[in-house]
Design a protein around this ligand. Structure first.
Ligand SMILES: *Cc1c(COP(=O)(O)O)cnc(C)c1O
Length: 369
């Protein structure tokens, strides 16, 4: 399996399995692409906000032969104002996956270790492998992070701990008190990355302020994305927040032009579009009720979720996820099998528009009842 071109650890990487694109399912199953429903990649079912779309288009009417602002001044200024943080805390990313990757390349090297939870975002494992670090996967507790066990798993050679809150693909939530107690105990030379890709979906009653932790802990990096609640998945833009010392290091490793001009402009507009964000969160809360009520009626186990998706158990055998997924695909509904996460009996359903959720529920009933 190995060859001369790459170190052995590169050969251990299994390429990331993205949600199936609509065009591919249309081709494979002979379906009309316009009728296919995609609930597979936790994208915003409302699409890109109109405001952001206009801003991106306007950005493309200027002189596009020029490079974008390598420092993303205007977007950083907008983020700084929106989240009340200094501009020298901000690292822009080509999606927050880029922030995760930059963190891996900045803080870890071949032979080090990186700690993350079982059933957490697979990109943490991929990041560890890409730099030749050992990925230490800590068994989960009730499908979420077991922070005590994660603390114990930290070794001399551990450079990064990844937490996802809410977590993907399980949707579990860590209480702010638990996180703060964890941050107090992590050795100060270990960088903690809190991936908050789904933060904007949290109900006001449980929302918390991680920027206060960034102020307090010099070893903390918080990552955010415009791909989910802000609806900009196609443009690839996210950011990291950390004190200037970490931010300076990240910016040494970051590609100079990692966020493009259209993405920067769209993100600025999306940040201002509070109405869109509110509507996204409302649609999500309603859709969550609709899906989970149906699961309860059908007697299906699901993991209570704080994100814009729900993990549901569709059978007891190890082929259940694949079998039900295939039946859904035949009916033009794309969801996400999570066998790669060692959850072969489960499927992850992104919350869609009401009619999309309804169509999914109808299909699932046909298949299972
Ligand atoms: C979707 C997701 C991201 C965001 O990815 P982008 O690169 O910003 O599109 C990051 N972390 C988790 C856990 C996610 O589920």
């Amino acid at each position: 399996m190995t060859n001369q071109f790459a170190p052995d650890y590169i050969h251990t990487i299994a390429p990331y399995q993205a949600g199936k694109p609509i065009s591919e399912v249309a081709r494979e199953f002979g379906l009309d692409p316009a009728k296919i429903i995609k609930l597979a990649s936790n994208e915003n079912p409302m699409g890109m906000p109109e405001s952001a779309c206009k801003a991106a288009q306007a950005a493309l009417t200027g002189d596009n032969g020029r490079y974008p602002d390598a420092n993303g001044f205007s977007l950083k200024k907008a983020v700084s104002e929106r989240y009340s943080v200094p501009m020298n805390w901000i690292t822009l990313g080509n999606g927050s996956n880029d922030i995760i990757d930059i963190a891996g390349r900045t803080f870890a090297k071949n032979g080090d270790s990186i700690v993350f939870s079982e059933y957490s975002f697979i990109v943490y494992m991929l990041t560890a492998k890409a730099v030749g670090a050992t990925g230490i996967e800590v068994p989960s507790k009730n499908y979420g992070h077991d922070l005590d066990a994660m603390l114990k798993a930290i070794r001399e050679d551990t450079k990064i701990v990844f937490l996802a809150n809410p977590n993907n693909p399980t949707g579990t939530f860590l209480e702010p008190e638990e996180i703060e107690a964890f941050l107090d105990k992590v050795p100060s030379n270990v960088v903690v990355v809190i991936d908050e890709a789904y933060n904007e979906f949290l109900d006001d009653s449980i929302q918390y302020d991680s920027t206060a932790w960034v102020r307090k802990y010099p070893n903390l990096l918080v990552s955010r994305t415009f791909s989910k609640a802000y609806g900009l998945a196609s443009l690839r833009v996210g950011f990291g927040l950390a004190q200037p010392e970490l931010t300076d290091l990240l910016n040494r490793v970051r590609q100079p032009f990692n966020t493009n001009a259209a993405a920067q402009a769209a993100a600025i507009a999306a940040l201002d579009d509070v109405e869109f964000l509110k509507k996204s969160a409302e649609n999500n809360a309603q859709g969550y009720k609709m899906l989970t009520q149906a699961f309860e009626e059908m007697g299906l186990e699901y993991v209570p979720s704080y994100g814009n998706f729900v993990l549901v158990k569709v059978g007891d055998d190890v082929d259940a996820g694949a079998r039900v997924n295939l039946e859904l695909l035949k009916r033009g509904i794309i969801v996400r099998p999570v066998k790669g996460y060692k959850l072969p009996e489960w499927l992850r359903i992104s919350i869609g528009l009401p009619e999309e959720n309804q169509a999914f529920i109808k299909a699932l009933k046909e298949i299972l009842v």
